[in-house]
Write a protein that binds this ligand. Sequence first.
Ligand code: IPE
Ligand code: IPE
Ligand code: MG
Length: 252
Amino acid sequence: MRSQNISTKEYSELSNEIDKLRVPKHIAIIMDGNGRWAINKGFPRSFGHNKGVNVLKEIIKVSKNLGCKTLTAYAFSTENWSRPAKEVDFLVDLFEKVIDREIQQIHKNSIKINFIGDLTPFPESLKLIINKSEDLTKGNKDFTLNICINYGGRQEIVKVAKKIALKYFAGEIKPNEINEQLFESELLLKGSNDPELLIRTSGEKRISNFMLWQLAYSEIYITDVLWPDFDEIEFFKAIIDYQSRNRRFGGI
Ligand code: IPE
Ligand code: IPE
Ligand code: MG
């Protein structure tokens, strides 16, 4: 375990190493490893999900303080329905409890919250609280928090294709007017710039159907740290690593 002194020293050293002018404006995070963290400690997986919420709160605060403008967090994928019903129910319940508990503080901090994904299968009570919190915070300008639930990158792209087909059949567009800009304007995550940085915790080297369109040129940072152990120091390391990259976008 890190002693308080070392951790304070490491904190200030890493914090000083960050070029505050080149902090990514949009960071995407695959918050992975909650279950393994809990099992390793002899707890049920739900303990890891609870702890994961506290980590997200901390990372929202630190990214906002550093000057990042948008955080997009993957909380539940379209594939996560395949988990045991007990875990799915726990997560759905957790989303509702956490939004209810945190929304006033989020609003006070001038954070706009969006829930990205197909919300139709969720209980009415969750949909209601989501609508209320999006409505309450829609005018907030300091920071945008996108929480992806029942989100899948492929589903998002298929949805856009359907919308464009409908526009075509309504005579609103011609096939040669279909371009990247039009496509982007129909994405669930429209209006945010693509993330400059994707962080994935727990060491898995895959993107698990997350933001397939938007991650086209994002820098990817993978850490073995499990999400419930992720903290400000680990976040600083990700930013410093990002700042050492040479982003070429196909150039030389
Ligand atoms: C990420 O942690 C949270 C969700 C997918 C909801 P996991 O629950 O996937 O934890 P591991 O990967 O099984 O350890
Ligand atoms: C990705 O994690 C989804 C979320 C973090 C919400 P998973 O744990 O579902 O991903 P896989 O199954 O390891 O690819
Ligand atoms: Mg996982």
